[in-house]
Design a protein around this ligand. Sequence first.
Ligand SMILES: *Cc1c(COP(=O)(O)O)cnc(C)c1O
Length: 386
Amino acid sequence: MIRYGQQDITQADIDAVIGVLRSVNLTQGPNIPQFEQSVMAHTGAKHAVAVNSATSALHIACLALELGPGDWLWTTPNTFVASANCALYCGAKVDFVDIDPRTYNLCPQKLEAKLIEAAKVGRLPKIVIPVHLCGQPCDMQAIHALGQKYGFKIIEDASHAIGGKYQGEPIGNGRYSDITVFSFHPVKIITTAEGGMALTNSNELATRLGLLRSHGITRDPALMTQPMDGPWCYQQVALGYNYRMTDMQAALGVSQMTRLTHYVALRHQIAQRYNELMTDLPLTLPWQHSDSYSAYHLYVIRLQLEKTSATHLQVFEALRAKEIMVNLHYIPVHTQPYYQSMGFKAGQFPEAERYYTEAISIPMYPTMSEAQQDQVIAALREALQA
Ligand SMILES: *Cc1c(COP(=O)(O)O)cnc(C)c1O
């Protein structure tokens, strides 16, 4: 079986986790700040807050930016549901901006057109969440400029994109956003099993994210709002959650971070080889903007259905029948039953919906062999000739 994505766990990773199991602190130990430091060093961000998932990171990012009832959050329909659900957790409303047909990312021109209309009726978003699909960064400079003009905050959902670059600089450095979120789920670029991180350059946002991660409780006298009773004292100064990462997970993260750059380089080699060996097939291969160095979390092909008699479903099923576990990223969020029940309708975001009828994520992970890759290409070639 060839999976669409697959973690790589080395002996060093295993030793790091066992080291924590033999230590005093299974959670909130020294590996948490070490992991945060390591991601800060890689990205250049000033602050990092490790949490138990990217979903949690998105939630506390929205809260730190004071999203609440009556507010709007906009994101792309071509994403995992978590990028939109975070608004609903805060009691805010969600809307979507359709995708760019080349990058499959949130389209800045469509964002601007929607902002112009929203401004007329006083419904401007408080937060926009661009998602770096497949690891390719969005047009952040354009989105940031619109943020300045229309007064919204930006959370980058970079769940696919640690190790990637935008305009030659690491994704996560926060040049064009308020907060960046990474995911460390096993299919992503590096893993901590479950895990996520929120990065920011703002001291104030970092403090809020830190409080929200752990019940809104502080032991820092500078953050307390009442006099301390004694050295045992902690104070709850906000309503937070238990979104903490364990020290075992952070130790795995520290160990995985040492291979981040190598992993992304291997992903580029695999992508390059797919690009070269599939040029003759009726497929649209991933287009890359010259400003971007993708983390290549996914390699998405789009079927040129007018050039083959096979249907999307047939190609997908033919690959799965050969134990090539292809996937589809993503079912447009607004077509999910929960979102339909909120009033969204099929047809509202046609580019994302058209993409959904043609896209397939074919296997891509750093330890994938050339033989496995050849197997995927041969199966695809056969399926497309059917
Ligand atoms: C994986 C993913 C998430 C959620 O990540 P978790 O760490 O599993 O919570 C959010 N957004 C996108 C785009 C993702 O791919």
